[in-house]
Design a binder for this molecule. Structure first.
Ligand code: AMP
Ligand code: ZN
Length: 467
């Protein structure tokens, strides 16, 4: 398997440290607002990576956090607390807000047939682990305390910036006037490990006791503390969106490598954005669509998954309803083809044509060339030398990676509306009475309403919707 590694900016040969197990950590959602399809692009691509590894024979141990502690709207400790903001907006408690949006997140990922992580760890359940890690960093002399918080001193960490390639001097303060900056902070890139419940945080709802007083953890420490707890260090693969590279992941590296004296992560896997009109789809810009919006536009969640398969994970992707509809059509077409193949009812499997599988494996293991693998599937469908059963077997085989849930596809029996059934029953009566004039009239009426009626033996009939 070859995989692009953000750390080295190269496509490298990937092999886990302890085969066949691959340790995989994904930065999870901040649960203060609706999960949208922008997030879903990232989580679908993580899922494609995981399914590819499984397809290639690895066992993936997958851990994901949920950020249910409020953290600030800016990655760099600036702005408002996101959960408190969400609670204010909805009039619920912060705990209810977190619970509601966590459930919405999982409902969404299940709708897209994304495999659940083996361990989902909410930050609020791991405060002790975070405190322990901060104490470790403190004992090593990498922290300092102000009236407001405990900070990680990035100037002490030699390799700060190795992931993004940014030098510390280049990190300019993005401060805007309305944003609060701790006056005692030494460097703008220093980040909070623990916030004290004082000053602007005096009313903070979520808070815990700590060696530094009552307060709550900074955002970055949760991923370091929880990933180490469940996966050890180094981790084989750590994923997130590209927005996490310059701050969140840089900070995770600084904390974890300082605390544990070894490399934190071997491969960094970053997903590019889903955009709308050249802007990142995001909660804060309000330009986002959820799975409920998809439903309103008659787009199935799995059709969006199909849409994501068409763009490589490292490329920016622009969302339009037109492209979503095109993906829905292609997906419908695929489903129809599968149902036709299934109707052949051969149960013999040949798999004589191994070369498609070879190509498929080579595409997916080449830094996840899923779009190429998808075109290969359509090429294979057009291949006159394969039997329907062979094609079906190959589709099911590929779908272990695509994740379109094609094996459980069943022919949907169209429900015939009551008024059509009434007309058909009336027509049956006329036919029994041999009143063919009336019965023909009713056939016409049924057809005008978009249905066909076929007469079967023993005065039975079959109604179908016209397509
Ligand atoms: P958040 O809940 O904002 O922390 O986001 C959760 C994950 O979704 C992060 O890895 C983000 O990078 C990713 N994400 C957020 N917006 C988008 C987007 N428009 N396209 C792709 N990934 C996104
Ligand atoms: Zn994280």
């Amino acid at each position: 398997m070859r995989l692009y590694n953000t750390l080295t900016r190269k496509i490298e040969d990937f092999a886990p440290l302890n085969p066949p197990i691959v340790t995989f950590y994904s930065c999870g959602p901040t649960v203060y607002d609706y999960t949208h399809i922008g997030h879903m692009r990232t989580y679908t691509n993580n899922d494609l990576l995981k399914r590819t590894l499984i397809y290639l024979g690895y066992q993936v141990k997958h851990v994901m956090n949920t950020t249910d502690v409020g953290h600030l709207t800016g990655d760099d400790d600036t702005g408002e607390d996101k959960l408190e903001k969400g609670a204010k907006k909805t009039g619920k408690t912060v705990w209810d807000v977190a619970k509601f949006y966590t459930e919405y997140f999982f409902k969404t990922i299940h709708a897209l047939n994304i495999i659940d992580p083996d361990i989902v760890c909410p930050a609020t359940k791991h405060i002790d682990e975070m405190i322990k890690m901060i104490k470790k960093l403190e004992a090593k002399g990498y922290t300092y305390e102000t009236k407001e918080a405990i900070y990680f001193d990035v100037s002490k960490f030699k390799n700060y910036g190795k992931l993004s390639g940014q030098k510390l001097e280049e990190k300019i303060q993005k401060a805007r006037e309305e944003v609060h900056i701790d006056p005692e902070k030494k460097h703008p890139a220093d980040f909070a490990l623990w916030f004290k419940r004082v000053g602007r945080f005096a009313d903070h709802t979520m808070h815990w006791d700590s060696p530094w007083g009552d307060g709550f953890p900074g955002w970055h420490i949760e991923c370091s503390a929880m990933s180490t707890k469940y996966l050890g260090q180094p981790i084989d693969i750590h994923s997130g969106g590209v927005d996490h590279i310059p701050v969140h992941h840089e900070n995770e590296i600084a904390q974890s490598e300082t605390a544990n004296n070894t490399q934190f992560v071997r491969f960094w896997f970053h997903n590019n954005f889903l955009m709308v009109n050249n802007q990142k789809m995001s909660k804060s810009l309000g330009n986002f669509y959820t799975i409920d919006d998809l439903e309103k536009n008659q787009i199935e969640p799995l059709a969006i998954r199909y849409l994501f398969l068409q763009t490589h994970y490292r490329q920016v992707m622009n969302f339009t309803w037109q492209s979503a509809k095109a993906a829905q059509n292609a997906f419908n077409n695929l489903k129809k083809i599968i149902l036709t193949y299934k109707s052949y009812k051969t149960n013999k499997s040949y798999m004589s044509n191994k070369s498609y599988k070879t190509y498929f494996s080579s595409f997916i293991s080449d830094d996840l060339q899923i779009p190429k693998a998808l075109s290969l599937m359509w090429q294979m469908i057009d291949d006159k030398n394969l039997s329907p059963q062979e094609k079906l077997d190959l589709i099911y085989d590929f779908d272990q990676v695509f994740g379109l849930n094609l094996k459980s596809l069943k022919e949907k029996k169209e429900k015939i509306p009551e008024n059509i059934i009434k007309l058909a029953e009336l027509r049956k009566k006329y036919r029994q009475e041999k009143n063919f004039e009336k019965s023909d009239e009713l056939r016409k009426q049924i057809e005008d309403l978009g249905y066909t009626i076929k007469d079967l033996k023993n005065n039975q009939y079959e109604i179908k919707k016209l397509t």
